[in-house]
Design a protein around this ligand. Structure first.
Ligand code: SAM
Ligand code: SF4
Length: 329
């Protein structure tokens, strides 16, 4: 079992396979996109497999593939298939914006993907365009239909933004009435690649919950699964559930079981740190498995206590200007 220096179990890796994306979500990146990484800077699939294979041997049980948008990277299904065959990996999941995902859902089911996080901040096509700056709402809805059709568990991620989509909170909760989905409202974080000035958090988890319980006073608290980052609820009689993720307020650090690896191979032991070692560089220098194992253990042994401490330890102290697409949300 992998433990960090605060006694927290580490068994979950979030791997961002690209920084590129076919949407331009307001809260994630500027309209013109990011300065995309060159092919040389990206980890190859072989490097990612080698790294994941070692991490699984060390104690990682669950891998989430994210980005950028995973499905814009060429041959992603081949990579996912290879990853799904890693011995010792219990769970392979994906976070996607759903634009290109629908045609792959059947194959995802085949390789054993049981749950997918689908990002969908609004149920209104006009507001979808305002937020993502692209007219792809129907393709995302098609992905939702396909996921449900194949019995893949769906978590819908909705970032709550003042003046952008707060009118969607109740309709999104309403979606849980007939659909067995978990709709999770996420506090907006400052990781927008300077796509807009982050004016501070307007809708924290308390305000989001007040909005929901104002409309559904009978809403019930559910028991949160172990390591859950969301506070979970259910409206009595609804098939699905509702979660709230205090991503900015950082209320879940005490039980955090996850580490991240960016598309360039940078290991982040906290969402709010700026990277603690580069695995791709070590692999390209020819490091052997034993030495990489030791380097990883040393990084896990120096993990920040929480997101506030990690933010303070950043080399660049002038605020967080990264995009979630280069971090891997
Ligand atoms: N492109 C995929 C998608 O959108 O699902 C995967 C990558 S995206 C960076 C992963 C998650 O991060 C999405 O659910 C997105 O809503 C969330 N995210 C991005 N920027 C964020 C921000 N500034 N605050 C909170 N969540 C954010
Ligand atoms: Fe793309 Fe996902 Fe960022 Fe939106 S949140 S711009 S879909 S990477």
């Amino acid at each position: 079992m992998l433990l960090d220096n605060h006694g927290r179990k580490i068994n979950y890796l979030r791997l961002a396979v690209t920084d590129r994306c076919n949407l331009r979500c307001f809260y994630c990146m500027p309209e013109e996109g990011l300065q995309w990484l060159s092919r040389k800077e990206l980890m190859t699939y072989e490097e990612m497999l080698q790294m994941c294979s070692l991490l699984v041997k060390m104690g990682i049980e669950k891998i989430r593939i994210t980005g950028g948008e995973p499905f814009v990277r060429k041959d992603i299904m081949q990579f996912l298939t290879a990853l799904s065959e890693l011995e010792g990996l219990n769970e392979l999941t994906i976070t996607t914006n759903g634009v290109l995902t629908a045609p792959h859902v059947q194959d995802l089911k085949k390789i054993g993907v049981k749950s997918v996080n689908l990002s969908l901040d609004t149920l209104d096509a006009g507001r979808f365009f305002n937020i993502t700056r692209r007219d792809e709402f129907l393709d995302v809805m098609r992905t939702l239909d396909e996921l449900l059709k194949y019995g893949i568990e769906v978590k819908i991620n909705a970032v709550v933004m003042d003046g952008k989509n707060t009118e969607d909170i109740i309709p999104l909760v309403e979606l849980t009435k007939d659909l067995p989905v978990s709709v999770r409202f996420i506090e907006e974080m400052p990781f927008n690649g300077d796509g807009h000035v982050y004016g501070g958090l307007q809708w924290d988890y308390v305000r989001i919950l007040e909005e929901i319980s104002g409309r559904y006073p009978g809403i019930k608290k559910l028991v949160d699964p172990q390591y859950s980052t969301s506070y979970n609820y259910q409206v009595p009689g609804h098939k699905g559930s509702v979660g709230i993720i205090a991503a900015y307020s950082r209320t879940f650090c005490g039980t955090c079981n996850r580490v991240r690896i960016t598309p360039t191979g940078e290991l982040k032991t906290c969402l709010y740190d700026d990277g603690v070692m580069n695995i791709k560089d070590l692999l390209r220098q020819g490091i052997n498995e034993d030495a990489l194992n030791k380097a990883l253990l040393s990084a896990f042994g120096k993990r920040a206590k929480d997101g506030w401490a990690a933010e303070r330890s950043r080399v660049e102290h002038t605020g967080v200007h990264e995009s979630m697409a280069t971090i891997g949300g």
